[in-house]
Design a protein around this ligand. Structure first.
Ligand SMILES: [Zn+2]
Length: 108
C-alpha cells in the first residue's frame, strides 16, 4: 500500500488521489514559440528517481498539492501546497489573515 501525505488531510491511501503530472511552469504564451509550447504541453522528464509532481485528492479535500516522490521506491520527502496557493496565503498574512503557524505544507 502506498501512502501519500495530503497537506490538508494527512497520510492517506494513494487510491484516494489522482495523479495529475510532473510539475512544470507554464511559459508566457505571448513570448513562447510553438516548439517550446508543444514541449510544455506534451514532453515530460519521467525520471527513475526523484521528481516533483502534482496530485489531486479526489476522495478527500478535493484540492491539488505538490509532492516530491521517488518514482522507483515511492518514498515521499515533501508535500506542500501549489505555489499559487502559497502566494495567496502570504497575501492573507500581509493583510492580517488568521493563518498563524501555517507554513503552507508539511514535510515527511
Ligand atoms: Zn486532502
Amino acid at each position: 500500500m502506498i501512502l501519500l501525505p495530503c497537506p490538508y488531510c494527512g497520510l492517506r491511501n494513494a487510491s484516494e488521489f489522482r495523479y495529475v503530472g510532473e510539475l512544470s511552469e507554464r511559459p508566457d504564451p505571448n513570448a513562447t514559440g510553438i516548439e517550446d509550447w508543444r514541449a510544455f504541453l506534451y514532453m515530460r522528464d519521467n525520471p527513475a528517481g526523484w521528481t516533483t509532481e502534482t496530485w489531486f485528492h479526489r476522495a478527500g479535500c478535493r484540492r491539488h498539492f505538490v509532492v516530491e516522490r521517488h518514482t522507483v521506491t515511492n518514498e515521499v520527502r515533501d508535500s506542500r501546497l501549489p505555489a499559487a496557493q502559497l502566494r495567496d496565503r502570504e497575501d492573507e498574512r500581509a493583510t492580517g489573515g488568521n493563518v498563524a503557524d501555517d507554513r503552507g505544507g508539511a514535510t515527511y
